[in-house]
Ligand binder design. Sequence first.
Ligand SMILES: Cc1cc2nc3c(=O)[nH]c(=O)nc-3n(C[C@H](O)[C@H](O)[C@H](O)COP(=O)(O)OP(=O)(O)OC[C@H]3O[C@@H](n4cnc5c(N)ncnc54)[C@H](O)[C@@H]3O)c2cc1C
Ligand code: SF4
Length: 565
Amino acid sequence: MADFDVIVVGSGMSGGWVAKEMSEKGFKVAVIERGRKVTVEKDYTDFIDPWDMEHMNRKTDQDREDYPVQSKVYAFQSYTKQFWVKDKEHPYETAEGTDFRWLRGYQEGGRSIMWGRQSYRMSETDFEANARDGHGVDWPVRYDDLKPWYDYVERFAGISGSMEGLDILPDGVFQPPHDLTCAEIDFRDKIETAFPGRRLIPGRVANLTEPTQEQMDLGRGRCQARNHCFQGCSFGAYFSSNSATLPAARRTGNMTLIPDTAVHKVIVDEATGRATGVETVDIASGERKVMTARVVFLNAGTIPSTMILMNSASSAAPNGLANSSGQLGKNMMDHHSGARGSAILPGNLDKHTYGRRPNGFYIPRFRNHTEEAEGFVRGFGYQGRANRDRWWSAMGQKGIGEDLKETARTPGPWRISMVAFGEVLPNEQNHVRMHANRTDKWGFPVPVLDVRWGENERNMVRQAVRDTRAMLEAAGGLDIWTDDPESEPAPPGIGIHEMGTARMGRDPATSVLNEWNQSWDIPNLFITDGSFMTSGGCQNPSLSYMAFSARAADHAAQLMQDGTL
Ligand SMILES: Cc1cc2nc3c(=O)[nH]c(=O)nc-3n(C[C@H](O)[C@H](O)[C@H](O)COP(=O)(O)OP(=O)(O)OC[C@H]3O[C@@H](n4cnc5c(N)ncnc54)[C@H](O)[C@@H]3O)c2cc1C
Ligand code: SF4
């Protein structure tokens, strides 16, 4: 008799969904999480202001030393550092001549606490892309397979957004959108006139603007528009595992969360070819244990889940578990985000905003969709915002005491900033592998990342920079700044959307998972973190991880109920 019906490895964005779905269906679920338990009282700092912090919330030299990779990210601040891993304790390597910024948080809720909450569906164009231009393998699903699951997860998570009727960015089940600022409305009108077919819409974010009864029953409240989300939200007003899926799982009485425990390996019975459970390591004591279950879901994040499978190699699976295709670890993608721009938008000096909207605007993909571009396939979309300049920068960033008050009293002009997120092609050369002999202090092999931008990505970034400038100029922008189109784009990893290393496909010879996120080799093993992604689109991917997780859990539950698993 197994210890549990289902083991879920990792309690982040995707693992939370599997935990909720499986425990609501009556299965006994263990969520094994390598990080600590998170509590609002101890971990969230959304009621702390920069001036309440030592050094006005600025990073210290010690922070830079302990977190050399993580501390460079915008969301890492003195009062959010508890959510980021100490790089020194969690090493990784990059192949010679490459750079990869691996940005992560190991705790209950994973990176669902620190995410920017931008939530977009992939479209039929995205699901057809590989088949159309021959990169990667064909997705085994299409948009219509996912549509009901996008509806389902949006309704529960709570996504605010506007209905736009765009094929490239399907509408969903939305709560009311945040307003655009007056400068964003001007910008929208000018670029939509100058470039017919381009659209600027409110960002779609997982912040509750009109909570449903179901959300309030979980203790979640309306977003107060304070924009402290990276510090955690005491109102549960943005979606995280902690605010939504884990409480839903917990109230069933069927979920056991096991914190401070890392999964090292998946254990397989070689006679039956099925997973029987996992081997774990206690983070504090180093003690190893075995936990058993009928079904195992890997949700540790793309790189950790891939490492767990590689580390589970055996004589029957010498190249790593679930890897008869040889594709495990390959096809690593991210989104490139190397086309930034900013400008002053003249006018509107008698207007300001009320509150601090935790959002901005989105310009859906137009290249190689409505407008052809030479030199690359696929496309990019933009995220951005326009605010009164000095007010924004006064928030904890500049000045102190009288200077700060003066800055806050004297708003500057409206300044817009924007950045493109672009699709990265699936490419077998871009991969993660286990270091041959280096391990961390818990005996985990250190991952080696070997990911490079290709000509497609470089050409796309150049076009995105040119388009950034053209739009800022068309809007009458002053003091325009953009990235240099000829400079090397920001390195892989910076998009924080690593994905693709255990892709799903139609053929077991060329993919790791089938259309249900189920291993072709080990039928009771499922993977629904970003590693399953067959291609990446240019949209922020977490909403897709949620939809695929709920769908895969539903499928696994059916197989368990009819006795197949
Ligand atoms: C600053 C920031 C902004 C972002 N903005 C957006 C955005 O706007 N939109 C968007 O779509 N995405 C965004 N993302 C990305 C988003 O957070 C990730 O796509 C998402 O969290 C990935 O979900 P996951 O379940 O794969 O992994 P995670 O959420 O990272 O969860 C993985 C969990 O597994 C645990 N774990 C790891 N190894 C083991 C092990 N061996 N054993 C047990 N447990 C383990 C970890 O501790 C963690 O809790 C952002 C991320 C960051 C950091
Ligand atoms: S802006 Fe909204 S979601 Fe963000 S911390 Fe404040 S209340 Fe929470």
